[in-house]
Design a binder for this molecule. Structure first.
Ligand code: C5P
Length: 408
């Protein structure tokens, strides 16, 4: 799982997974692990066809319980005669992945002739469905009609991917990435307290070119911003990320603007800001850019062994520019990476950049710098609240910062 997806505050939530007969059934095991890492309890129901690809024992061994397979005999981990109704009473969300064309058809029409379809019919909470099948079966008019019907019935639908499929064909029908199914499930389990809010997140480093091959930058991985963006998405916000060069991927529901230089990031953020409700600028923007040498590659022979001096120009402060034109309805969070005088710097920046909240961290401390999965922040807000948080996973810092911004 990608680090900016590893939210773990879902203790007490129960995910019920339905797995059907598909070559992709083994990927459901990765999903079980991901849900467990988020502290969810997991139960599963396997169709008979699924058990031809993968055994109930695999799910049991991972700790899924109950693992339902049969309609009229005892199921592993369950002692009720109403097994077909049990998930509808106990689980918070049902995820059918991979879903075969056959199971999709049953669910679309309300058939209830096996344990999975019975349980789905008796489940009134949020249901997600992620199909996997041969591209011709997926494209078949009957399957497409069933897919539309499932949308009308309120299923949260996760589109299959395109590419090569097991039978050798190419087209649409591959199971969506496990991470995508996972994150949409967490969304269904999350409070939607940012629903209707448009959120801008800047993240990652910027690169300031000097010659044809060299640039000025910093080691930001974009992880803190990635966590802020995904946390807001899980809580229902309409999120746009403006990202410098990073390895991070985002859910398809998050709009992405990729930039390289600080000037490009400035233009993208300034364009987007007027229509946003909230901004969270985490990017490690280069404060200076070298005056370009030119489009050629600089040759070291040109200094004849002497040193090299490069002149720098000042980049715009994006956060400050957004703060300057902030409307009273807009909220702005900034970050401050410092090596000394953390509190004083945070207080100064909160005011000078017209922020609602600032999170300052000491990058010289272990577990608080670039690229690490944790952060320890000093949080200060415009209402005078000051809190030093303990070292936490960046996912948790992100979740709490949105909580903090939503406080009165
Ligand atoms: O002043 P300082 O660079 O320490 O402020 C850090 C905060 O300002 C971060 O939130 C960072 O994303 C933002 N920033 C910016 N544009 C710059 C420099 C910093 O948006 N040119």
């Amino acid at each position: 799982m990608q680090s900016h997806y590893s939210f773990s505050g879902f203790m007490g939530k129960r995910v019920h997974m339905g797995v059907t007969g598909s070559i992709a059934a083994y990927k459901a095991l990765d999903l079980v692990r991901s849900f467990q890492e988020s502290e969810c309890m997991v139960s599963t129901v396997l169709t008979e066809a699924c058990t031809k690809f993968i055994q109930p024992l695999s799910f049991e061994a991972l700790g899924a319980s109950p693992v339902y397979t049969k309609m009229f005999e005892a199921n592993s981990g369950s002692d009720t005669t109403f097994d077909h109704l049990e998930p509808g009473q106990l689980a918070d969300v049902m995820v059918i992945a991979p879903a075969s064309a056959n199971t999709m058809a049953k669910l679309a029409f309300g058939l209830a002739d096996d344990m999975l379809s019975c349980q789905a019919l008796a489940f009134s909470g949020p249901k997600l469905i992620a199909p996997a099948m041969n591209p011709r079966m997926w494209a078949a008019p009957a399957t497409q009609r069933n897919w539309d019907m499932l949308g009308e019935l309120g299923y949260i639908r996760i589109q299959p991917d395109s590419g090569h499929v097991a039978c050798g064909d190419t087209g649409t029908g591959r199971l969506a990435p496990v991470d995508a199914i996972f994150i949409e499930t967490l969304k269904a389990l999350s409070p939607q307290d940012l629903a209707g809010k448009k959120v801008l997140v800047s993240l990652g480093p910027t690169r300031e070119p000097w010659d044809a091959v060299r640039f000025w930058s910093n080691p930001s991985s974009g992880l803190m911003g990635g966590c802020m963006a995904v946390a807001a998405y899980l809580r229902g916000a309409d999120v746009t990320v403006v990202t410098g060069p990073t390895e991070l991927e985002f859910p398809v529901g998050i709009a992405r603007v990729s930039v390289t230089t600080a000037q490009q990031m400035y233009e993208a953020c300034m364009d987007l800001w007027p229509e946003m409700d909230m901004g969270c600028l985490t990017a490690a923007v280069a404060d200076y850019r070298p005056v370009p040498y030119g489009t050629d590659k600089f040759k070291k022979t040109s200094t004849a062994g002497a040193g090299l001096s490069i002149e720098f120009e000042t980049n715009k402060d994006i956060l400050k520019s957004l703060g300057t034109c902030k409307k009273s309805s807009q909220k702005l969070i900034g970050f401050a990476a410092e090596t000394r005088h953390l509190r004083e710097q945070a207080e100064r920046k909160l005011e000078s950049k017209n922020l609602d909240v600032i999170a300052a961290n000491d990058i010289s401390k272990d577990g608080s710098g670039f690229g690490v999965p944790t952060n320890q922040v000093f949080v200060l807000d415009a209402k005078g609240r000051k809190e030093l948080w303990s070292q936490l996973p960046k996912t948790e810092v992100a979740w709490r910062l949105w909580d903090h911004l939503l406080l009165d």
